[in-house]
Design a protein around this ligand. Structure first.
Ligand code: 3H9
Length: 693
């Protein structure tokens, strides 16, 4: 027998049917694929020549899950749960043969099989939670039956991928076969099942581990408690926990029904929509319309960094982590020594937590060279300047760099605000100059704004974009403008946060609203953490702004035990009566009659001006697409993924609502609220920025 359609094929060799799935790029379970697998299983069941079935995938991976692009569309084809039930109900043993990743619906499919084998490099997981949903085709009911409740809870609520060896140890896989010999290994395994007369092992019937957990509700209570912080704001993790609870407390079929009940509203909800949008946005961001994937890139095998301060050091670590040698140049020996010592201290701290091998500390530090001589930057493929934000200083540095750097080297500035074209013009090779804007702490934050200077060669831009993932960053291409995408929008929020406090809110009200919205912290808590005296000096302080007044009182943030908040010895913040008084006096001195703001009004005032600025950024072509702006905010500022980014959020509230507020504030407060033409157009046409909300 040999049957096939475009995505599945069947061949029978000596009693073993090989069901091959071929749905590039990742064998996602499209309607056609579900139909195909169900049909092929039907055929093997009916064919007396077939004694066992091997389910295997062509291409780079086993099934990577449901086809996310089908979500929210009218259902077509055999439902996934039905397809899996058909596999499990097969009268002939089915062996799933896993390579690459078996994820989500892919792992659920494998769990429907009677046995699972994999190559050592394979990984398995249920990442649905990252898409704002729960595994919806039996994963929450079958996984705990194999690996037990605690492990299942950890896997399902984290979505992490488990390496094959670990999956084998927990019983999720039955055997590992030699790398590169999956088919032969799986067929041999199937023959063993037949010759040994092993049973049709259906995961749905395994109850031992469920019985062990029954009557122990504290497992779930404890898990919820331990992870409350991690799950804050997200709906899906609680759905995952409830579904696993159902696996313990209900018979299999009722558990499946409960899983469905939890799955559907999550799938239709805004959080999942946002998280699915982010999944695709994260992949879209790499696509540059005028830089096809075939654009040549330059090798980056050595890097120079100018400036061993916090930024320079953090940037260096990214390259050292990736095994790329770094030469770091400073003007003074003491600064250089301090910078290098900080890098070492960071690595040692990571090693002390067990997250880095001591040998890796040595090898990474071994890739780092310090120098006081710009002449040491004559051979590197890429040099990143990370000095003080001063245009004249940057220009001098680039002119000097132009003299020493080798022909073809990429010269990048880590400026956060300044005009990269002007910096490029200080060299005789503006085609080699771009911005590479890292976010603090640069070794931790995932965002890298790649700033496309006007004269930069396509090759230079493509190289920076392709380099980003190699050093663990999400590269977003942005245009030259003050503050680029992230800081330009942040400035709007900062300005309004300050004004809200002058007009009637307290700093902790503003912070609370943003925290409850899902951000890690608000602007005032953030300022306290960073230190209020950054860029402040007693000599030049005019005592006008709240920040200046606080610094003058030596309330300089967490480090001094007081800032906008009071801090106890454990650095726990509490609203400060001193600051409250100061705020009231400050408003009075400015002649402002304070009024009250509810949380909704605070949020609008902070976020809508950001959206308007985002629209201007799009209008001016400083970001390629709305979803790139959203990725900047998610990867660089901790915007909650379940709200999709500011532009996605704009689409959930509607451009009309944003426009109405901007117009109101433009009239009442000032021209800084003037709506962008694009916002106006979106409001008029009802079109979305992202088309995804
Ligand atoms: C699920 O299964 C729900 C069920 O429980 C219940 C249902 C009822 N669908 O990432 P890459 C595209 S939810 C559609 O660059 P890699 C991707 O957009 C699903 N498209 O490759 C990209 O397109 P393009 C649970 C998908 O090698 C291309 O494939 N599963 C899907 O770096 C290549 O992707 C997951 O959440 C999909 N499921 O990484 C797994 N997956 O080239 C999601 C990928 O046009 N996928 N695409 O930009 C992944 O984690 C990674 O893609 C994977 C490969 C690790 C598989």
């Amino acid at each position: 027998m040999a049957a096939s359609d475009t995505v599945t094929s069947l061949a029978v060799e000596d009693g073993i049917a090989i069901l091959t799935v071929n749905n590039p790029p990742v064998n996602a379970l499209s309607a056609a694929l579900r139909d195909g697998i169900a049909a092929r299983i039907g055929e093997t069941s009916a064919d007396p020549a077939v004694r066992a079935v091997v389910l295997i995938c062509a291409g780079r991976t086993f099934i990577a899950g449901a086809d996310i692009s089908e979500f929210g569309k009218p259902p077509r084809g055999v439902p996934l749960a039905e397809m899996i039930a058909a596999i499990e109900g097969s009268p002939k043993p089915v062996v799933a043969a896993v390579h690459g990743t078996a994820l989500g619906g892919g792992l659920e499919t494998a769990l429907g099989a009677h046995y699972r084998v994999a190559v050592p490099s394979a990984k398995v997981g249920l990442p649905e939670v990252k898409l704002g949903i729960i595994p919806g085709s039996g994963g929450t009911q079958r996984l705990p039956r194999i690996v037990g409740v605690e492990r299942a809870l950890a896997m399902i609520t984290s979505g992490e991928q488990v390496p094959a060896a670990e999956a084998l140890a927990m019983g999720l896989l039955d055997e590992l076969v030699a790398e590169g010999e999956l088919l032969a290994g799986a067929v041999a395994f199937a023959r063993k099942v037949l010759t040994e007369g092993r049973p049709l092992r259906k995961v749905r019937d395994m109850n031992e581990k469920m019985e062990a957990a029954r009557g122990r509700p504290e497992i779930f209570a404890e898990f919820r408690r331990a992870n409350a912080r991690k799950f804050r704001g997200f709906d899906a993790p609680e759905g995952c926990i409830s579904a696993v609870e159902a696996a313990v407390n209900l018979p299999f079929d009722e558990g499946i029904a409960r899983e469905r009940e939890i799955f559907m509203p999550l799938m239709q909800g805004t959080q999942s929509k946002a998280q699915r949008y982010v999944f695709f946005a994260e992949r879209e961001v790499r696509k540059i319309p005028d830089l096809p994937d075939s654009t040549p890139v330059k090798p980056v095998e050595s890097v120079g960094i100018i400036g061993a301060g916090t930024m320079g050091g953090g940037i260096a670590m990214n390259f050292l982590n990736a095994g790329i040698p770094v030469t770091i140049v400073e003007a003074r020996q003491d600064n250089l020594d301090r910078g290098i010592a900080t890098i070492r201290k960071n690595y040692e701290a990571t090693a002390a937590k067990g997250r880095l091998k001591p040998a890796d500390v040595v090898s990474r530090m071994g890739l780092l060279t310090g120098s006081l001589d710009m002449g040491s930057l004559s051979s590197q493929d890429l040099v990143i300047e990370a000095i003080f934000e001063d245009m004249e200083l940057k220009k001098e540095t680039f002119a000097e760099l132009d003299r020493v750097a080798k022909t073809g080297a990429i010269l990048a500035s880590n400026t956060s605000y300044l005009d990269v074209d002007e910096i490029a013009a200080a060299t005789g090779r503006p085609e080699s100059v771009i911005g590479m804007h890292f976010f603090s702490p640069a070794n931790v934050m995932r965002l890298l704004e790649v700033v496309r200077a006007a004269k930069a060669d396509p090759e230079v831009v493509a190289t920076a974009m392709k380099l980003a993932p190699k050093i663990g960053k999400l590269g977003v291409l942005v245009g030259v403008c003050h503050g680029f995408v992230g800081n330009r929008m942040l400035a709007e929020r900062q300005r309004e946060a300050t004004r809200l406090v002058e007009e009637g809110a307290m700093p902790w009200d503003v912070d609370r609203v943003l925290f409850e919205f899902g951000l890690p912290m608000g602007p005032f808590a953030m300022s306290d953490l960073a230190g209020l005296d950054i860029g402040w000096s007693r000599e030049t302080s005019r005592g006008e702004t709240l920040r200046e007044k606080l610094c003058e009182m030596d309330r300089r943030g967490q480090k001094t035990g007081a800032g906008f908040y009071d801090y106890d010895s454990g650095r726990k913040a509490s609203p400060s009566p001193v600051v409250e008084r100061m705020v009231l006096d400050h408003s009075a001195a400015k002649g402002i009659t304070r009024r009250s703001f509810d949380d909704g009004a605070i949020l609008e005032r902070l976020v809508y001006p950001m959206i308007n600025e985002g629209a201007k950024i799009l209008e001016e072509g400083k970001a390629i697409r709305a979803s790139d702006i959203d990725m900047v905010w998610i990867a660089g500022y901790g915007w909650p993924v379940y709200r999709g980014g500011p532009m996605f959020y704009a689409d959930t509230v509607g451009a009309k609502a944003v426009l109405a507020k901007m117009e109101e504030w433009e009239t009442a407060i000032g021209p800084e609220f003037a709506p962008s033409a694009l916002l106006r157009r979106k409001a008029e046409t009802g079109e979305q920025f992202t088309g995804a909300a």
